[in-house]
Design a binder for this molecule. Structure first.
Ligand SMILES: NC(=O)c1ccc[n+]([C@@H]2O[C@H](COP(=O)([O-])OP(=O)(O)OC[C@H]3O[C@@H](n4cnc5c(N)ncnc54)[C@H](OP(=O)(O)O)[C@@H]3O)[C@@H](O)[C@H]2O)c1
Length: 334
């Protein structure tokens, strides 16, 4: 997501633009075209460094230089390996004044999926769950529909639309039989790639998630209807290696993954330090029961000091529910 504004010499807005999508002109190209001659001696504000690779002629850095812009204010350099400072260098060599870092944090947040993918080769991972006020994601019999209210569920569909892929563990498919599609009104709804993590290929062909646009991540070879079966390395206990799955998704240019549970997959993703952000919908219900699961299975940590801390919290009211989101603090020394 990139936006640009050109101010003329007097500081009036002369052009504005944003990148509308793949194959479309970049933001600065749009803003400069709109500004025309008024760009001469003016200032360009942009949240991402102009690129230097020839996606069109001239490339963005050259277009800025040719426009006669005097100063360029850039929020962040582009982590794409084809750029990484080359745009700034090109501008400076052409004696354009360049300031980098204005609202850098906000710019990184805006493009957090892209930044994570370009820096690590892996997608940005959001873990999402709905729980009761007493921290249960299902009753002791496995019933989980619905713990959260309608507004929360609509929000969750928007999250699916925003992410490239949605991922669940095989037990969630067996228990809930979800379709994992983004069901929203209006046009332009994006359907995420659907991923089921299923080491032993236990999924039934009749499961609602099985179809085109579905990947079954497994440790075995086989066929499941129209879904794509992807064989991956196994962990010591014979389960799909989640870091390898993330690498594979990154190679396929899947830059964001929404993990929708269940408890075992959430715990495994977290303990592999693959989760970047958490969305917890909290419904005003009390479920109780020692056997009823919480959002995270696995073994959990032994000591509170080892608990995963969240930062940059946000709390939103959605109908009668609360949505709490935060970023995961990775304990690299664990
Ligand atoms: N309230 C909510 O937001 C919500 C959301 C989703 C689910 N749920 C509830 O959660 C329950 C299901 O959750 P669950 O915890 O039992 O199962 P799950 O997380 O859906 O699936 C776990 C399974 O995934 C497979 N798996 C493959 N690779 C793995 C790996 N590296 N690490 C861990 N697991 C791996 C394992 O089976 P294999 O070894 O056979 O591969 C494992 O048993 C249901 O009751 C469902 O209704 C609630």
């Amino acid at each position: 997501m990139v936006g640009a504004v050109v101010l003329d010499r007097e500081g009036h807005i002369a052009g504005e633009g944003y990148h509308k999508g793949p194959g479309q002109p970049h933001a600065e190209q749009e803003a400069l075209a709109q500004a025309g001659e008024s760009a001469k001696g003016g200032t360009l504000y942009i949240n991402l460094e102009p690129c230097t690779h020839a996606h069109r002629t001239p490339n963005c850095a050259d277009a800025v230089i040719e426009s006669g812009i005097y100063r360029t204010v850039i929020s962040m350099t582009d982590p794409d390996e084809r750029v990484r400072g080359a745009g700034v260098k090109a501008l400076e060599s052409a004696r354009v004044r360049v300031d980098v870092g204005m609202h850098e944090d906000r710019a990184m947040r805006l493009n957090e999926f892209y930044v994570k993918h370009r820096l690590t080769g892996r997608p940005f991972v959001t873990a999402k769950f709905a729980m009761s006020l007493d921290g249960k994601i299902a009753t002791r019999t496995g019933e989980s529909r619905w713990i959260s209210g309608e507004e929360s569920r609509l929000h969750a569909h928007r999250l699916r639309h925003q992410h490239d892929a949605v991922l669940v563990g095989i037990n969630t498919v067996i228990t809930d039989n979800p379709e994992l599609t983004a069901r929203l009104d209006g046009e332009g709804v994006r359907q995420p790639l659907r991923i089921v993590v299923d080491s032993q290929l236990r999924i039934r062909q009749s499961a609602r998630v099985v179809g085109p646009n579905t990947v079954i991540a497994t440790t075995r070879g086989g066929r499941v209807g129209l879904a794509e079966v992807v064989k991956l390395p196994a962990t010591g206990d014979g389960r799909v290696s989640l870091p390898d799955l993330m690498d594979e998704l990154g190679r396929r240019n899947v830059i964001s993954v929404l993990v929708e549970g269940g408890a075992e997959i959430h715990a495994a993703m977290l303990s592999e330090q693959l989760v970047d952000k958490v969305f917890a919908y909290v419904g005003p219900k009390l479920i109780g029961g020692r056997e009823a699961p919480g959002p995270l299975g696995g073994k959990g940590v032994e000591r509170l000091a080892e608990a995963t801390g969240l930062h940059d919290l946000d709390v939103t009211r959605l109908g009668d529910d609360f949505l709490i989101s935060g970023y995961v603090n990775v304990h690299r020394d664990r």
